[in-house]
Design a protein around this ligand. Structure first.
Ligand code: AMP
Length: 510
């Protein structure tokens, strides 16, 4: 496919807000792709290239673009661009910086101005917001004439959108056969938020009200004696957590996929602070502290997929195979009972509760109304948009954070962008200040001496007392007393596309 055809489609997508129109554009584009070039094309379209992270920072890309004269007429194909990126991905060692620059400059020389512009955005991750992925799934269903639900499901279960596009284009019937694969991680189910248990129960109806533990999410797969442990972002951490592997091996099953949380416990069974869990989870050594796995769901057992069974059935399976590792909870529709469970959870040192519709299926990768979290302290996952240089005690450090909420509908700017809602340097320990001072320059988009503006990719969890109306910030709301709880990077990484939205912050305006 001509690269210009892809750029044209990207421009058409940016020019309309209508989902139907976007779906049409994408279906047209996908129909014109061959299966072989489809993965490269999807990566270039979504700004998340097939080659992954290949060390192309903003400055490198812009430097190469500025050194190249654009071509007058388009000649590049998607395959050409992909081949250059493959070549760059294969470079390493001394001298590779110069070779990479030369390869990029020559790529930009072959591109027209419009193609150059698209390449800059695709290579620097500027459009990696996740906003297009849902519509691309719609477009694929349309292009191959399959029900949307089947396509969505294949994406979630295979964990790969571009892989699903390729499979669908080469043999659409094969999509139906995509099921859970033991030892292949699947996108985890996500939760929405409610202010209290009564509001949560109104959404779910009868529910399993469970303690919400403040650890790190784990997905544990076992087939025979082989065990794999994955994080929330589906990274394989098996080698770091032998104690969890051991627990999984001892369960009375042949094969299983479990969803749960891991954390460090004190001798009396109470949870240790989140920081302790994370430092142990992220480390390869210092095994003296033991991580306890706790499970809240089971997706597969002994050859049978359970994701389409109601939660009640899945919990019964969990009770049968691993009662000692279940997270405490009660099934109820009564707000008073739910409140008691919530108070017990807090008294035991946990974060709050999860309220889960008892008849709901496991919706991999989706944030819906079936799982609702209730936490007494309001915490939100926001995106760092920039950081100011510190003064006084914080001189020499990157300190005050500019915080953004997700704006999926593009109410305040480009669709899938972020809107600023406040600033904070509260809660930043010396360790965090040092970490962000070292790391944030990698995300730099511009620097005016006073502050760095950053690509919106780092997610930070902040606690707030609430929000207030604001005429200063474009979204009309400002955070009150924001303080940093933790960064959601590394083993507990949360992508910016899953950060909290401006709409969810607005619901707190009274
Ligand atoms: P959040 O990350 O704030 O959106 O909350 C969802 C996370 O809570 C999940 O990804 C799990 O890591 C964690 N969690 C703790 N306890 C539970 C539970 N009982 N059920 C589901 N998720 C839980």
């Amino acid at each position: 496919m001509p690269f210009a055809r892809l750029v044209e489609a990207a421009d058409a997508l940016a020019a309309t807000r209508s989902r139907t129109a976007k779906t049409e554009v994408l279906a047209g584009l996908l129909r014109a792709l061959s299966p072989e070039e489809s993965e490269a094309a999807v990566g270039l379209l979504l700004g998340s290239i097939r080659q992954g992270s290949i060390g192309l920072g903003y400055r490198t890309v812009l430097g190469a673009r500025d050194a190249a004269t654009p071509a007058d007429a388009p000649t590049l194909t998607v395959g050409d661009v992909d081949a250059v990126l493959d070549e760059i991905a294969g470079l390493s060692g001394s001298g590779s910086v110069g070779t990479r620059h030369a390869a990029l400059v020559s790529l930009f020389e072959r591109a027209t101005e419009a193609e150059q512009e698209h390449l800059v955005r695709a290579l620097t991750g500027e459009m990696r917001t996740g906003a297009l992925e849902g519509v691309l799934t719609d477009g694929l269903a349309k292009a191959v004439g399959l029900p949307l639900a089947d396509v969505r499901r294949a994406v979630m279960l295979s964990g790969s959108l571009s892989g699903t596009v390729r499979l669908a284009l080469s043999s659409p019937e094969a999509l139906e056969g995509v099921g859970l694969g033991v030892l292949t991680p699947v996108q985890p189910m996500l939760a929405s938020t409610a202010a209290d248990v009564t509001a949560a129960l109104l959404v779910t109806g009868e529910a399993s009200v469970e303690h919400k533990l403040d650890g790190a999410r784990i997905q544990v797969h076992r087939s025979g004696s082989e065990v794999r442990v994955y994080t929330r972002s589906l990274a394989d951490v098996t080698s770091r957590v032998p104690e969890i592997v051991e627990v999984a091996r001892a369960l009375p099953v042949e094969s299983v996929i479990l969803d749960g949380e891991t954390l460090m416990l004190d001798d009396d069974g109470s949870p240790r602070p989140f920081q302790d869990t994370m430092s142990r989870f992220g480390a390869d050594e210092s095994r003296e502290q033991v991580l306890a796995p706790r499970f809240f769901d089971v997706l597969h057992v002994d050859g049978e997929d359970l994701i389409d069974r109601p939660l009640a059935e899945r919990l019964a399976v969990l009770e049968r195979i691993g009662p000692a590792y279940r997270i405490a909870g009660e099934v109820t529709a009564d707000p008073e009972v739910a409140l008691r469970v919530s108070q017990d959870a807090l008294a035991a040192g946990h974060e709050g509760v999860m309220v889960k519709a008892i008849d709901s299926t496991y919706a991999a990768g989706r944030r819906g109304k079936h799982w609702v979290k209730v936490k007494p302290v309001h915490t939100y996952d926001l995106v760092v948009l920039g950081v100011e240089r510190g003064s006084g005690r914080r001189k020499g450090w990157l300190s005050n954070l500019h915080l953004g909420a997700r704006d999926p509908e593009g109410e305040f700017g480009p669709e899938g962008g972020f809107v600023m809602v406040g600033k904070t340097f509260k809660g930043l320990t010396d360790e965090l200040l040092r970490w962000q001072s070292e790391t944030f320059p990698e995300y730099e988009v511009s620097d005016n001496g006073w502050a760095l503006m950053m690509r919106p990719e780092v997610v930070v969890e902040v606690a707030i007392d609430g929000v207030q109306r604001s005429s200063r910030y474009p979204g009309g709301v400002a955070l009150r007393f924001a303080r940093v709880k933790r960064y959601r990077v590394g083993a507990d990484a949360k992508p910016a596309a899953e950060a909290d939205t401006i709409q969810s912050l607005r619901t707190m305006l009274r």
